[in-house]
Ligand binder design. Structure first.
Ligand code: HEM
Length: 529
């Protein structure tokens, strides 16, 4: 034993005598994780969050969250002598006076954008592979909570500098708060400490942005990862993988090395973007004054869909008992997002209700083998994408020489017409892919080799696929539709018949599939090749 090993052993023994950690560590460090590139998406979100904490802490040293009026005297000449809030002036100072300050601001902002991309793409992977099914429904709900908090946290973050763009965003938030019937104006006065914009808002959202929400994030992410640990990670079907085991590599040393390396890749990419790609150049926008809005005001991408929905809403208002109900803000700003996020959170329960499948699932689905789920996902994405596009309607209009009216009408029609089309097309695509899988199993791979037969006929030679691949393409199960009774033995409608009828219908739609190739069919056809 070398001296180094002896010292390490002594230290480990010392700690173990006092904490009993060795047994726990041995058990957990050898825990096995399955491997797939898509399992890294959650890690991108995780590492971006760490980068956000580190870079954000740096920014707090110089940022002054105050709306006190000051006259700017810093080194950025175009704004010298202009009155602005201390928050805006300190953001300019971080950008131009503090060493490395601009880089840190840009890293922080890029990390926020990547964090949100990481969350959304991770959510899509969990959704499209069915990883949210029993027993992972709670973790899905925690995930939806993290997504919502991420959007709020990001919005509060880019509202802090009190520049013209961020002030415009806060003005929209104020409008949405005010649109709430009855309590709206009270809530707005409460949030802003008086009439908009007041002098308190920035310091209030600062506390929420750097203390409250990061604390909740830390707690939720910890529970999220503990649940992944406890429930074990799902895996794609493959040789030796069942619903009851996990095939993969141990945490130590394989995943420790991989995760460590991947953290530095995410950090490197974020730092590179922060160094070379300008983001939120607040000095160009100027300080916020409620009377001004600049053309081309764009929120960060994860808020763009909400802005897009508000921008396309028709001017609907009703006057009730002397009050104005602004449907044009209430519907796109609160009701639709409420429905979208509630639907998202409840999806695992809705799906298991519709299919009647209440079993545990640890093996993932290929998206094509769950055509209805995949089609619903495509429909939701299309809806969000159309709103997101309309969030940039002014920029798109000027870039492509269109009018705002054309953009608005395009998105009003597209948001109703395109999602159902996306549903139908995706479902058909999934079924076609299932058919292609079936053909592949039964007739083998097209080799591209054309052969002329003695009778003059040309055929393309097919090559049988490996037994492993054939198994992979046929190992998934195909759910039978529910057949809940609508009538009792005497032919009389039972109580709850309508509900059963509805569930039968939905489950029939969910169970539509191209029958997968069976072993008997395969054997029968083998003679023909
Ligand atoms: C701050 C945001 C988030 C972080 C840091 C995070 C992190 C992670 C990590 C590292 C994993 C394990 C690796 C992987 O499967 O990718 C994971 C798994 C999981 N996440 Fe997230 N996640 C976040 C948000 C979300 C969201 C928005 C959802 C869905 C609405 C979600 C649902 C899940 C589920 C169900 C699992 C278990 C997946 C499985 O076992 O296959 N997470 N998360």
């Amino acid at each position: 034993m070398t001296a180094r090993e002896r010292i390490a052993g002594n230290v480990a023994g010392y700690v173990d005598d006092r904490t009993g950690a060795a047994k726990w560590m041995k058990k957990n460090l050898t825990k096995v994780f399955p491997d797939h590139w898509s399992f890294l998406l959650g890690e991108i979100a995780l590492y971006s969050f760490i980068i956000l904490l580190l870079s954000g802490t740096f920014l707090t040293f110089w940022f002054d969250p105050s709306m006190k009026e000051v006259v700017y005297n810093g080194s950025y000449e175009p704004l010298q002598g202009i009155k602005m809030s201390a928050a805006y002036a300190s953001t300019l100072d971080i950008s131009f006076e503090v060493r490395g300050g601009l880089l840190m601001r840009q890293i922080h902002h890029w990390a926020a954008l990547i964090f949100m991309v990481g969350i959304v793409v991770h959510l899509m992977r969990v959704y499209f592979t069915g990883a949210f099914r029993k027993p992972r429904e709670f973790n899905w709900i925690i995930g939806v909570g993290l997504l919502t908090l991420g959007i709020v946290e990001g919005f509060l973050g880019y509202s802090l500098p009190d520049d013209l763009l961020s002030g415009t965003g806060i003005r929209i938030a104020e409008a949405i708060i005010q649109a709430l019937p009855v309590v709206g104006s009270y809530l707005s006065y409460f949030a802003f400490g008086g009439a908009f914009p007041g002098e308190l808002f920035i310091s209030r959202i600062y506390t929420v942005h750097i203390l409250l929400l990061p604390g909740i994030f830390l707690a939720l992410i910890t529970v999220h990862l503990m649940l992944v640990w406890y429930q074990k990670h799902t895996q794609f079907p493959g040789p030796g993988r069942t619903e009851k085991n996990v095939v993969g590599y141990p945490l130590m040393p394989v995943y420790m090395a991989k995760a460590g390396g991947f953290f530095f890749i995410v950090f490197g990419v974020t730092a590179f973007l922060g160094a070379v790609a300008s983001i939120n150049p607040v000095w160009l926008y100027g300080p916020y004054t409620p009377g001004q809005v600049s053309a081309g005001s764009q929120p960060d991408w994860y808020m763009g869909w909400l802005d897009g929905l508000v921008r396309m809403a028709p001017p609907l208002e009703t006057y009730l008992f002397g009050y104005t109900v602004s449907w044009n803000i209430l519907i796109p700003g609160l009701i639709l997002p409420g429905i979208m996020f509630t639907g998202l959170a409840l999806y695992p329960f809705i799906e298991s209700w519709a299919t009647g499948d209440k079993r545990e699932h640890h093996l993932l689905d290929r998206p094509r083998n769950a055509p209805n789920r995949t089609a619903i996902g495509a429909m939701a994405l299309t809806f969000t994408l159309v709103s997101l596009i309309n969030g940039g309607n002014d920029i798109i209009a000027t870039t492509f020489d269109l009018t705002i009216n054309q953009m608005m009408w395009f998105s009003r029609i597209a948001i109703i017409v395109l999602p159902p089309i996306a549903f139908v097309v995706t479902k058909r695509l999934c079924l076609s892919l299932q058919r292609a899988d079936r053909d592949l199993v039964l007739h083998g791979r097209e080799t591209g080799r054309l052969v002329r037969m003695p009778n003059g006929e040309f055929i393309e030679v097919h090559e049988p696929i490996s037994a492993e691949k054939a198994w992979l393409l046929t190992s998934h199960e195909q759910l039978a539709p529910l057949e809940l009774p609508e009538h009792d033995g005497a032919g009389v409608r039972r109580p709850g018949a309508l509900k059963n009828k509805l569930r039968n219908r939905i489950s029939r739609a969910a169970a539509v599939a191209v029958p997968k190739a069976t072993e008997t069919e395969r054997r029968e056809l083998e003679g023909h090749h």
